[in-house]
Design a protein around this ligand. Structure first.
Ligand SMILES: *Cc1c(COP(=O)(O)O)cnc(C)c1O
Length: 383
């Protein structure tokens, strides 16, 4: 692909996502420094939190992250398709029927039952290669996925003895890591320690997500499962080791229109001009993951200024009040997440305006938005 600037690559696009590969590199380095000797397991589920897994995962591998995690076998297979070679863990549930695909793509599965263990052992032996890596998950109190300590220890013992399987890890997950009060993590840590004592050694122990890894050094163990932090965002309770946002969501104003006092905009006419006003149409909607809850609540940046969303967010578009940006014109760039001029809108601000969390805003970013990975404004890859 010829070297193209972001400006040239987006000149005739309604809306797009920019992924700053230098920021990803920086975040991987900053997190590695903050976590000491703990391995980084980059969590790239849900299309790398909306950033585009095919762009992000190879860049993170080049940046030196030790391993990857996804939610499903299909996501792991796609990572291999994108050229990822480091170990990949499937965090979520898999069916015995998925075992051959997992073996063919060298995925480690989280195993919580013997039927899956059996299927995985059979598939590994049929393939004639290495034993299949298994991560046994302990339910230490979140009561979502995993096995209670005694059952986890028993399963780990069976995996160890089973031809075709290799016990690679024992792990758990914290329920309150990103809460203002994360004291329950200490209670879970005690349950997990008990499980580890029952189960005996495993090559890899992991328990921490971004918040836990940065807040609780004692729970870093051998590897930390880092999602949000690598993308340059953090929960409100977590100290910032100097991360940089990797994603920007941008659009071009499709139309600028004049409104007389009393005239309303968008479905339901829920906002009406209180003064002679100008509104600009932004071609992004809830189908792109721009939450409908942002209607009359969120902001965008136009002309380097923060402008309010007016009226309801529609499936494919919404309006902003640009009365105070007199130069605003069709074709101008609007920033929905990211920086423009001296202003910036962080994903957490969008999440708070939409009454949700940063993970939800990222994961909602739709397939319709093109992703452009760049280094210093030069496009490196697209998806
Ligand atoms: C998504 C996920 C993570 C990553 O969490 P972040 O807060 O984004 O770092 C870690 N562990 C598990 C089990 C997850 O599902």
């Amino acid at each position: 692909m010829p070297r193209q600037t972001l400006a040239a690559a987006t000149a005739a696009r309604n809306a797009w996502i920019e992924v700053d590969l230098d920021a990803l590199d920086h975040n991987a380095r900053a997190l590695r420094a903050a976590l000491g000797g703990t391995q980084i397991m980059a969590v790239v589920k849900a299309n790398a939190y909306g950033h585009g897994a095919a762009l992000v995962a190879p860049a993170l591998e080049a940046a030196g992250v030790d391993r990857f995690a996804v939610a499903t076998v299909a996501e792991g297979v796609a990572l291999r398709g994108a050229g990822v070679t480091r170990p990949v863990l499937v965090l979520g549930h898999a069916f015995p029927e998925n075992a051959p695909a997992a073996v063919a793509s060298r995925l480690a599965l989280t195993v919580t039952d013997d039927r899956l263990a059996d299927a995985l052992a059979l598939a590994a032996r049929a393939a004639g290669g290495e034993p299949a890596p298994v991560h046994v998950k302990v339910d230490s109190g979140m009561h979502r996925f995993g096995l209670p300590p005694r059952e986890a220890a028993a399963l780990a013992a069976r995996v160890r003895e089973r031809a075709g399987l290799r016990l690679e890890a024992i792990w758990t997950h914290m329920a309150n890591a990103d809460e203002a009060d994360d004291a329950f993590s200490a209670a879970q840590a005690a349950v997990f320690a008990g499980a580890l004592a029952l189960a005996g050694p495993a090559p890899l122990i992991h328990a921490a997500n971004t918040a836990t890894a940065l807040r609780r050094p004692e729970l870093r163990h051998d590897a930390a499962r880092i999602g949000l932090g690598l993308y340059g965002a953090l929960p409100a309770n977590t100290p910032d080791p100097g991360l940089r946002p990797a994603l920007a969501l941008k659009a071009r104003l499709a139309r600028v229109l004049d409104l007389a006092p009393g005239e309303g905009v968008s479905y339901g006419l829920t906002w009406r001009a209180a003064r002679p006003s100008r509104a600009a149409l932004v071609p992004v909607g809830y189908a792109d993951g721009w939450k409908r809850a942002l209607g009359n609540r969120g902001h965008a940046l136009v002309g380097g200024r923060r402008v309010p969303i007016v009226g309801r967010v529609c499936m494919d578009q919404f309006l902003v009040d640009v009365t105070d940006v007199p130069d605003a014109a069709a074709g101008d760039e609007a920033v929905l997440i990211g920086a423009q001029g001296g202003e910036a809108i962080a994903v957490r601000e969008v999440a708070e305006a939409a009454d949700t969390i940063s993970w939800d805003v990222f994961a909602s970013l739709g397939a319709r938005l093109p992703r452009l990975a760049h280094r210093r404004g030069i496009v490196a890859a697209t998806a």
